[in-house]
Ligand binder design. Sequence first.
Ligand code: ADP
Ligand code: MG
Length: 437
Amino acid sequence: MGKVAMGATVVCAAAVCAAAALVVRHRMKSSGKWARALAILKEFEEKCGTPSSKLKQVVDAMTVEMHAGLASEGGSKLKMIISYVDNLPTGDEKGLFYALDLGGTNFRVLRVLLGGKESHVVKQEFEEVSIPPHLMTGFSDVGQDVVGELTKAMERIGLDMRVAALVNDTIGTLAGGRYNNPDVVAAVILGTGTNAAYVERAHAVPKWHGLLPKSGDMVINMEWGNFRSSHLPLTEYDQTLDAESLNPGEQIFEKMISGMYLGEIVRRVLCKMAEEAAIFGDTVPPKLKIPFILRTPHMSAIHHDMSPDLKVVGTKLKDVLEISNTSLKIRKVIVELCDIVATRGARLSAAGIVGILKKLGRDTVKDGEKQKSVVALDGGLYEHYAKFRTCMENTLRELLGEEVSENIVVEQSNDGSGIGAALLAASHSQYIEVEEP
Ligand code: ADP
Ligand code: MG
């Protein structure tokens, strides 16, 4: 008995020793890997850095490119498209109008009853559906005139309707914003994609050779998503994202800012951490390798997780990427990663807005003048990603300073794209008197 017990003890002790050795070796190995994960995070954070000084260079580059794009066709990466909208809605518009808003993610139909000067928007209804993936990448009727196709489709089903205007969503938001507030000078979309439009003095558009419009104004669709500059804090992850995208070399600003890409940037950094620092174990979780699987709404849920054990982070990793049993410290790294990506995007979009204000000479206070400038913002990213929005607005104040900031207002303009499109349709068609159906 004694011997057996003795033997058993020895074996046990040996096993404990072996296990202890294993734990130590595992700790050494994992602490090396952990250090690698933190190094990847730190390097990424440094490369994404947007101190005020850098953002001011981005602001100046944006202003310079705006000038170049207005000077000549093809003069800049910024197309600075002349919209031919030289009159924004006045408030007199009357009648029943429909707007179809086709975005990158959602399709909306709006019906707006306009009552003219006194009553403005009398009634407004809307339906939203997300665009099915097979239609998003479909090829039918691509390259055809949208208005022609829409008119044919309406005739086919016997709808007695006429298309009055085809409007870019940014211009729509500007028009909608102006209708509510005459101080609106620019509109910015932060949604699946990003873009900006603003009201320029027609004589400040050298590439415009036509007659100067009566209003003296011309709305410019910047297509700012295509902005690029050596001052943009690009990382290796942005470069591979771009290279593997459907439009390499294009829309570089958009690829750092907009909802289509933010989650994908996070995924790419996580992939690198999984490969080089084995943060999710010895193999890279297969789902993590799928491009665009981690979407910006997931990222935003992770980023906003305030629970002490980061429960939402755990749930998202499990549901979206099929990664379970993550430690708290890994979850914290992931939240930090989301913060870095969102902060960079938000701060760059603020720099873009300041670039527009600077072009308009509205980035300073002249002789104590209190001229208000309102920027209308629309888009799902701005609407739903609170930390992004807050950071963007704080950065505007940081770049403009207290005194100027008092005169700059950012106005959320939900469904601004669609309402604005309906208003533009109204101001470009005969008034239609209708009974409210
Ligand atoms: P579009 O007009 O191009 O269809 P939207 O303005 O409707 O785009 O915005 C949709 C985009 O907003 C989504 O692609 C997504 O990136 C972003 N988004 C939607 N919900 C959230 C959310 N909860 N958190 C962060 N981003 C979101
Ligand atoms: Mg949209």
